[in-house]
Design a protein around this ligand. Structure first.
Ligand code: SF4
Length: 329
């Protein structure tokens, strides 16, 4: 990029370099930038590594809903909260493959399968591995989110054709205890390490709007950006407040603070796909457009995200058409 196109602040930056030594002070300073400067830097970096008109499209299917023993304060699938979500059995292979075919026909390039488990039992993993192999054979990228994994389980998933594993850090290490008590931050980092060691791509991000302060958002991004390898996908979720969960009445997050979080994630993890994830149903088109300008380049397609609503496909298509954006091949 021609240096003359950059503002005086941005010209001083080693723009777009992949670093793993982000300090909290540096990340905090990014959050504190004037909004136009922050978005400008995020845009410059985004265009170094991606076509800004392209959006990667994933579909997420809940293959095992509800009844989870964990106590994640945002989650309607925890058995500890009365949210009206019924515990269901693991879906059949045929039913999952039918959903995957429909997702492919609707333009998805990646198919994510989510199960509400603390960790998979080995007999459940046999069935999930068959699903992964079947979805892969359809020509889709595969992703799963099944809770904590052992090294052996990660290797089995890899052998069955799993491309990505989602396991979010959710928030900063300091704020974590206010959100989840049934597993530790260290447990999460260990699972991410097992996934990496098995050669599976990592999908890992967090949730904002959970009553956290700015420092928690700083800590979350600094932790993600300091992992030995950046996650290939970084979902940034806006809390969906579900009645019956402890966070049902969390204070609203200013949409511009959400956009800032996306922009800082883009700057700190230049080559990662940043996914505008849960919470889009309640977001205006303007906020989503700002997120794309801030460097988001992936969305989930489909009417539901596990158990919470997501914009209908044609509403998404209209927005992409209005913005002149297209699905990433
Ligand atoms: S987020 Fe996952 S682990 Fe936590 S309660 Fe929900 S389904 Fe269980």
């Amino acid at each position: 990029m021609d240096d003359r196109t950059l503002s005086p602040h941005a010209r001083d930056l080693d723009l777009g370099a992949v670093r793993h030594d982000w300090t909290r002070d540096e990340v905090r300073a990014l959050f504190a930038l004037p909004f136009p400067e922050l978005i400008f830097r995020a845009q410059c970096i985004h265009r170094m590594h991606f076509d800004p008109t392209e959006v990667q499209i994933s579909t997420l299917l809940s293959i095992k809903t509800g009844g989870c023993p964990e106590d994640c304060a945002y989650c309607p699938q925890s058995a500890r909260y009365d949210t009206g979500v019924k515990a269901e059995k693991l879906m059949s292979l045929d039913a999952v493959l039918a959903e995957a075919r429909a997702a492919k026909d609707a333009g998805a390039s990646r198919f994510c399968m989510g199960a509400a488990w603390r960790e998979p039992k080995d007999r459940d993993l046999d069935q999930v591995c068959a699903m992964v192999a079947g979805v892969k054979a359809l020509g889709l990228e595969t992703c799963a989110t099944l809770g904590m994994l052992t090294p052996e389980q990660a290797h089995r998933l890899k052998a069955s054709g799993l491309d990505y594993y989602n396991h979010n850090l959710d928030t900063s290490p300091e704020h974590y205890g206010a959100i989840i008590t049934t597993r530790t931050y260290r447990d999460r980092l260990d699972t991410l390490g097992h996934v990496r060691a098995a050669g599976i791509h990592v999908c890992c991000g967090g949730i904002v709007g959970m009553g956290e302060d700015l420092e928690a958002r700083v800590g979350m991004i600094a932790t993600l950006a300091s992992l030995p390898e950046h996650p290939e996908s970084v979902p940034i979720n806006m809390l969906v407040k579900v009645a019956g969960t402890p966070l049902a009445h969390a204070g609203a997050l200013d949409p511009l603070d959400f956009v800032r979080t996306v922009a800082v994630a883009r700057i700190c993890m230049p080559k990662s796909v940043v996914r505008l994830s849960a919470g889009r149903e309640d977001m205006g088109e303007e906020t989503q457009a700002l997120c794309f300008l801030a460097g988001a380049n992936s969305i989930f397609y489909g009417p539901k995200l596990l158990t919470t609503p997501n914009p209908e496909r044609d509403r998404d298509q209209r927005l992409l058409d209005k913005l002149g954006m297209v699905p990433m091949e």
